[in-house]
Design a protein around this ligand. Structure first.
Ligand SMILES: [Ca+2]
Length: 364
């Protein structure tokens, strides 16, 4: 008992020691910082300004970050630290102050900016983004820095943006341009992967009867008949929608398995989704029919059967409209059984995941 008490309290005491050490180091750094800055005769501050913007060059978009320094007196170097993905000011500061080359799991890159001696505004333009969704959705975090003597001064905030976020914001605030359309056309306005952190709960009970089971977060649910959000054979992340057709069970003969949105999305012109079934052969496999409704499911339009579906995961594109984006859109996935029931010897699965909604027509 006593030993346990001692170990427990030793840990607590060690914690206090570390805490005290950390506070001491912080005070020490702050003290050093003040001395050096005051030595320049003026307090240097550096600020990130104006979020981020897109700079268009022929055939290429750049993501531009801006910063301002209040004085260049005694400043020997200034610029930005850059890392992929979102990072907090605390994590960026800690990594920079410890001369780390990594923040989180991303490389931390120092990018000095060469500008005129009296230039108080400076910027960083990141170019050569591959024209694809992943690159456009990649978040980039920057923090501005200036070196005064031995001290590195950092901006009090970080900016995290993706080229897609910035393009969407620019377009929504009324800016126009082909390059904005091209970027926005490949950025999904909504991405559903049916994962736990999106509010979905998996359930391996597929044989729901005529009443659809609801899956997903409040106000963004999916109704599924003869299927479920399932972890079995998921094709993206941990969970996917899985539809089945219980052909051998006469209770379900008249039902076709389907999944349908129980809510609507505005400003949609096309949808991408990943899907596979469980057979490589032409017979005994399911296809998927996709359709959309803008009248709350009373009528379903533009039915398209994806009959190339097989047992390898592919991304499919379902176009709702070539020229305009529609409001109040819900979409629906139905199993299509291409062969006569009597030819089927076993049940099969249709798996759907990573449904993405886009607001502009696909641009080839
Ligand atoms: Ca998923």
């Amino acid at each position: 008992m006593m030993i346990c008490w001692m170990i427990k309290h030793m840990i607590i005491i060690r914690k206090y020691i570390f805490k005290a050490l950390a506070i001491f180091l912080m005070l020490f750094c702050a003290f050093t910082f003040t001395v050096n800055v005051e030595a320049t005769g003026e307090e240097i501050t550096i600020t990130l300004t104006n979020g981020a913007s897109i700079r268009q060059t022929p055939n290429c978009q750049g993501l531009k970050f801006n910063a301002n320094i209040n004085s260049t007196d005694g400043v020997t170097e200034h610029g930005f630290y850059v890392a992929l993905e979102e990072h907090t000011i605390e994590d960026m500061t800690l990594a920079i102050n410890s001369s780390a080359e990594i923040v989180g799991s991303n490389k931390l890159i120092k990018k000095p900016i060469i500008s005129g001696a009296d230039d108080l505004d400076f910027n960083l333009i990141i170019v050569n983004f591959p024209i694809d969704e992943e690159a456009y959705c990649n978040q980039i975090t920057v923090i501005a820095y200036a070196v005064v003597g031995e001290v590195t001064i950092l901006s009090a905030s970080v900016t995290t943006r993706s080229i897609g976020d910035v393009a969407m914001n620019m377009q929504q605030s009324g800016e126009t341009g082909d390059y904005l359309d091209k970027i926005c056309a490949i950025i999904p306005i909504k991405h559903i992967s049916f994962e736990t952190d999106e509010g979905f709960v998996h359930n391996q009970s597929y044989s729901s009867t005529y009443v659809a089971k609801q899956h997903g977060p409040e106000n963004e649910q999916w109704d599924i008949v003869e299927g479920s959000v399932s972890k079995t054979n998921a094709i993206a992340g941990e969970l996917s929608i899985q539809l089945r057709d219980y052909l051998t069970n006469t209770n379900f003969d008249s039902i076709t398995a389907y999944a349908v949105m129980d809510y609507t999305i505005d400003n949609v012109s096309y949808v991408k989704f990943d899907a596979k079934n469980c057979r490589s052969k032409t017979v005994q496999r399911y296809y998927v029919k996709v359709s959309y409704s803008v009248d709350d499911g009373k009528t379903w339009q533009n039915e398209e059967v994806f009959d190339e579906l097989n047992n390898s995961v592919k991304t499919w594109t379902y176009v709702i409209s070539d020229d305009i984006a529609l409001d109040n859109v819900k979409i629906r996935f139905d199993i299509i059984d291409p062969v006569d029931d009597v030819n089927r010897t076993e049940n099969c699965q249709l798996i759907i995941d990573d449904i993405k909604f886009y607001t502009l027509s696909p641009i080839e």
